[in-house]
Ligand binder design. Structure first.
Ligand code: CIR
Length: 263
C-alpha cells in the first residue's frame, strides 16, 4: 500500500475520562479540569474531521487516567497496527483496549504484538516519508526498539534509532513532521535530522514543538503565537488548537490521535 507521512484517511482518538485529572506528569502545575479537557478534546476531534478524515472516537477508560493519549500504546503503519509496550507501568493496561479498537479497524490479522521484553511508547516514534525514527527515552529502551525494528522493516520503511534529550518526556515532545522533507524541532534536537530541512522552534515555545501535520493542516498549540506566525510565513496552513489542559500532564497534540490510511 502507498505510504504517506501526513496524508491520512483516518484517525482514532479516545475520550478523556474524569480520571484524566490524575494523569502522570513530570512537574505538578495543577490537575487538568475534566470539563474543559473534554471540550478541548471535542474541538481537536472536530479539527481533524474538518480536513476530510474519518475520526473514530473510542469511549473513555476511567481505570487508565492517561488513556486519552492514544498514540502511546500503538503504532499504525502500512495498514497494520503494532501494539507497543508502554514504558509507564500505570499505562500498560491500555494495550488490551488499544488492541481491541485497532483489531476492529485493521482486522485481527493485521494487528501485531510487540514481543515481551523491553518498552516502547508511540510518543517516541516519528514516521517520516522514508523512514521510522525512534528516540530512546525513559519510556523507550534499546530492547524494545530491537524488537520493534524487524516488525517495522518487514512492513517497509527502515527504522533508525536516535536519542531523546533528558529535558523532555518523549522524542516527539520536541519535534513534529511538517512535510516530506521538513521537521520542526527544539534546538537540542535540530542536529538529529541530517537529510531533512529543519525549522527550529522559537526560544520559550518548546511545548509548541509537538505539532501535527494532518492532511493540509498543521495543528499547533494555541498558546504559542510566534511558532504559529513562523509556520504561517513558511507557507503552512496553521490551525491553533487549545492544548492547555493536556499540557498540564505533559500531553501534546500528537498524543491524542493515531493517524493512518485505510485502503
Ligand atoms: C504520560 O506521562 O504518559 C502522559 N501524562 C502524557 C503522555 C503524552 N504522550 C505523548 O507525548 N505521546
Amino acid at each position: 500500500m502507498k505510504h504517506s507521512s501526513y496524508k491520512f484517511t483516518h484517525a482514532l482518538c479516545r475520550q478523556p475520562g474524569e480520571s484524566v485529572m490524575h494523569g502522570l506528569r513530570a512537574d505538578d502545575v495543577g490537575d487538568p479540569e475534566f470539563g474543559p479537557f473534554r471540550e478541548a478534546h471535542a474541538r481537536y476531534v472536530a479539527a481533524l474531521r474538518a480536513t476530510g478524515a474519518e475520526v473514530i472516537v473510542e469511549p473513555a477508560l476511567e481505570a487508565f487516567p492517561d488513556s486519552v493519549f492514544v498514540e502511546d500504546p500503538a503504532l499504525c503503519l502500512m495498514g497494520h497496527a503494532i501494539i507497543l509496550r508502554p514504558g509507564a507501568e500505570s499505562r500498560f493496561g491500555e494495550r488490551a483496549p488499544a488492541r481491541e479498537a485497532l483489531s476492529r479497524v485493521f482486522g485481527t490479522e493485521h494487528v501485531i504484538d510487540l514481543p515481551k521484553g523491553g518498552i516502547v511508547d508511540g510518543g517516541d516514534i516519528m514516521v517520516t516519508e522514508t523512514e521510522v525514527l525512534v528516540g530512546l527515552s525513559a519510556r523507550t529502551d534499546a530492547t524494545g526498539v530491537a524488537a520493534l525494528k524487524p516488525i517495522v522493516e518487514a512492513l517497509g520503511p527502515p527504522l533508525r534509532i536516535l536519542d531523546t534529550p533528558d529535558s523532555i518526556l518523549h522524542f516527539k515532545t520536541g519535534c513534529g513532521l511538517l512535510d516530506e522533507e521538513t521537521i520542526f524541532a527544539i534546538p537540542e534536537l535540530a542536529a538529529s535530522f541530517a537529510g531533512y530541512r529543519v525549522i527550529e522552534c522559537p526560544e520559550g515555545e518548546a511545548p509548541a514543538a509537538n505539532l501535527i501535520r494532518f492532511n493540509e493542516k498543521v495543528f499547533v498549540s494555541a498558546a504559542y503565537g510566534r511558532t504559529q506566525d513562523l509556520l504561517d510565513v513558511a507557507g503552512y496552513d496553521v490551525v491553533a488548537i487549545d492544548n492547555s489542559q493536556a499540557e498540564k500532564i505533559d500531553g501534546g497534540l500528537s498524543c491524542m490521535s493515531l493517524r493512518f490510511t485505510l485502503p
